[in-house]
Design a protein around this ligand. Structure first.
Ligand SMILES: [Zn+2]
Length: 515
C-alpha cells in the first residue's frame, strides 16, 4: 500500500493496524530461494541427519543406534553424508568412498539407504542391495556407476542413475502403505520444511523439481490455506507424453492468492562434481579416465525444450560441468533460433557451476539465467582443485563475478537439502567465498553485498517472471518482508553469519517472529 517515512505512512495507521517499531533494523524484501527441494528438505528432516558426521565410522555408529529403534525389516533412511566434509578417508575405500561391510555387519536385519548430500549418489547396505537385486553381474546402467571393489563386487556406493534400483526397492516397501499414510508423511515433511524456510526469512521458494502428484498436493495445501510461503515449481520426472497431456491443466500462475506457480520444466544433463558426475571437456585431474556422466540425453532435453516453447514454460536444465553448460547453451540457442518470435523466455541453467570463459557472454546474449548457489562454492571449494586442477578451478568455477561482469542475471539459493537453506549463509559465501577451513575460494569471483542481495530478491523474482510482484519493497508488490537483527549490507564480513531473522512477513502477515 505504501512505503516511505513516518510522515507518509502515519495517516494510513488505523485502529486495527499493528505497528512494529524496528528501531532502525535492516528491512529487506523476503528472500527468494532460487533453487531448492521442498519435499527433499522435509524428507531430510524426517530421516537420520548424517550431515554432521566427521567420518564414515560415525555414520556406521549412528545408523546402528537407529537400527535398535526400528523393527527388523523396516528401511532406515539417512541423508546428508558427504565424504568431502569428513576429517579422514574411510578405510578401506574405493575412489575415496566407503565400502559396505562394516555398515552391513552393524545392520544385518534392516535395509539401509543413505543419501549423499548432493543427491547424486547413495549408499546401500547388503540387505538393501539384496532387495534391489544388485548382484555381481549387474551391469552399470547408462548415466550411472555401481562402484566395485577389486574383486568386482558392489561396494554399496551408487552414482547417478545407478541409484534407481535401491530407491525402487524402498518405494516398493512404501507402496504397501495406504495412500493416506503416505500423504500424511508428505504433509508432515512439507510442514517442517516450510516452517524452517520461514524461520530463515525465505518467503518464496523456487522448487527445483516436483512430480505432478506432488503438485496436486501443493495445490490442495494452497486451497486449505496451509501454504505459508509462496512456491514456484518446476515439473520434474514426467514423460514427454504425460507432460504434453498434463501441461495445459497444470500450468498455473499465482494460484491461491499468489501461493503457487507452475510454469517451468526441469531437466538434468549431468551429475555433480563431488561424485565425479559433472560432464567436462577434459578429464578429471583425479579420475583421468573420466570426463563425467551424461545423465539425460541432449536429444530428450531437446524434445522437452520444444514442449516448453509450445506451452510457454521456462526450461530449467541442471548443468554442472563446462561441457554440460556449453551443450545446453547450444541447445537453447538452437531452439530460440528455430522460433521466429523473439519472445522473453527466461530459460535457466541450474547451477552453471563450471563454465568456459568463452561461454560467459552467452548467458546475457541468449537471455539465459544462471541459477547458482553461493554456498556450493564454499562447500565444494576444498575439492574443486583436486577434481579440476588449479587453472580450470580459478577460471571456470562458480564464476559469478565473471558472469555478472558479462551482464548475466545470476540468482542465488542453496539447493536445500544439499546445503542449509539459510540465505544469510549463502549470502555470506557469495560475498566472501570463505570456506569452513578459513581460506577463501578464488576470492576474485566475490559478489558485492548489493549484488548478493539482488541475486536473492529482485533477480530471483525476475528468473520466475515475478519481478512485477516481488523482489523490492515497492507500492503494488506483495508485502513479503524480512527484518534482520544486523545490517548485512554494512557489518564486517565475519559478522554476517551471526545475523538473525527477527521477523518474516508474507502477504502482510507476520509468519515468523524470533523469540
Ligand atoms: Zn537441485
Amino acid at each position: 500500500m505504501a512505503v516511505g517515512d513516518e510522515a507518509a505512512v502515519k495517516p494510513l495507521i488505523g485502529p486495527r493496524t499493528r505497528v512494529i517499531d524496528l528501531a532502525g533494523r535492516l528491512t529487506i524484501p523476503g528472500f527468494i530461494e532460487g533453487h531448492g527441494h521442498l519435499v527433499g528438505l522435509g524428507d531430510a528432516r524426517l530421516a537420520l541427519d548424517l550431515s554432521h558426521a566427521r567420518d564414515w565410522n560415525e555414520i556406521v555408529e549412528q545408523v546402528a543406534r537407529a537400527a535398535k529403534q526400528v523393527p527388523p525389516g523396516e528401511w532406515i533412511i539417512g541423508d546428508g553424508w558427504h565424504q568431502g566434509h569428513w576429517e579422514s578417508t574411510p578405510q578401506p575405500a574405493v575412489e575415496g568412498y566407503p565400502v559396505h561391510e562394516a555398515l552391513s555387519r552393524a545392520t544385518p536385519n534392516h535395509p539401509v539407504l543413505l543419501k549423499h548430500a548432493t543427491g547424486h549418489m547413495c549408499f546401500a547396505n547388503a540387505r538393501a542391495m539384496q532387495l534391489a537385486g544388485v548382484e555381481r553381474q549387474t551391469p552399470d546402467p547408462s548415466g550411472g556407476t555401481i562402484l566395485r571393489d577389486a574383486r568386482g563386487e558392489a561396494t554399496g556406493a551408487f552414482r547417478e542413475t545407478a541409484q534407481g534400483p535401491v530407491f525402487h526397492a524402498r518405494s516398493r516397501a512404501q507402496a504397501g502403505r495406504s495412500p493416506e499414510d503416505r500423504e500424511a508423511e508428505l504433509r508432515k515433511g512439507i510442514e517442517l520444511a516450510v516452517d524452517e524456510c520461514l524461520a530463515r526469512g525465505v518467503t518464496s521458494f523456487q522448487d527445483a523439481g516436483s512430480s505432478l502428484a506432488t503438485i496436486d498436493l501443493f495445490k490442495r495445501l494452497a486451497d486449505e490455506g496451509r501454504l505459508k510461503l509462496r512456491l514456484w515449481v518446476m515439473v520434474r520426472g514426467e514423460s514427454s507424453q504425460r507432460l504434453r497431456d498434463a501441461l495445459p491443466a497444470y500450468r498455473m500462475i499465482g494460484y491461491g492468492g499468489n501461493r503457487l506457480t507452475v510454469r517451468a520444466i526441469k531437466r538434468m544433463v549431468d551429475g555433480a562434481l563431488g561424485s565425479h558426475g559433472a560432464w567436462l571437456f577434459q578429464p578429471y585431474d583425479d579420475l583421468p579416465g573420466s570426463t563425467g556422466l551424461v545423465v539425460e540425453t541432449l536429444e530428450s532435453i531437446r524434445e522437452t525444450a520444444l514442449l516448453a516453447v509450445q506451452h510457454d514454460c521456462q526450461l530449467c536444465t541442471h548443468a554442472i560441468g563446462d561441457r554440460a553448460n556449453h551443450e545446453i547453451l547450444d541447445l537453447y540457442d538452437a531452439v530460440f533460433r528455430s522460433q521466429p518470435d523473439r519472445r522473453d523466455r527466461r530459460w535457466r541453467i541450474e547451477h552453471a557451476q563450471h563454465v568456459l570463459p568463452a561461454d560467459f557472454p552467452r548467458f546475457a546474449e541468449l537471455g539465459v539465467i544462471a541459477s547458482m548457489q553461493g554456498n556450493h562454492a564454499t562447500s565444494d571449494g576444498p575439492f574443486v582443485v583436486s577434481r579440476l586442477g588449479k587453472e580450470r578451478g580459478a577460471v571456470e568455477s562458480y564464476a559469478w563475478r565473471s558472469l555478472l561482469d558479462h551482464k548475466a542475471v545470476v540468482i542465488n539459493g542453496t539447493d536445500v537439502p544439499v546445503e542449509d537453506v539459510n540465505p544469510i549463509l549463502s549470502f555470506h559465501a557469495s560475498v566472501t567465498r570463505r570456506m569452513k577451513n578459513g581460506k577463501q575460494f578464488f576470492p576474485e569471483q566475490c559478489m558485492t553485498r548489493a549484488e548478493a542481495l539482488r541475486s536473492y530478491t529482485l533477480d530471483a523474482a525476475y528468473a520466475a517472471f515475478e519481478d512485477d510482484l516481488k523482489g523490492t519493497l515497492s507500492v503494488g508488490k506483495l508485502a513479503d518482508v524480512v527484518v534482520l537483527s544486523k545490517d548485512i549490507l554494512t557489518i564486517p564480513d565475519d559478522e554476517i553469519p551471526n545475523a538473525r531473522v527477527d521477523f518474516t512477513i508474507v502477504g502482510g502477515r507476520v509468519v515468523y517472529a524470533r523469540q
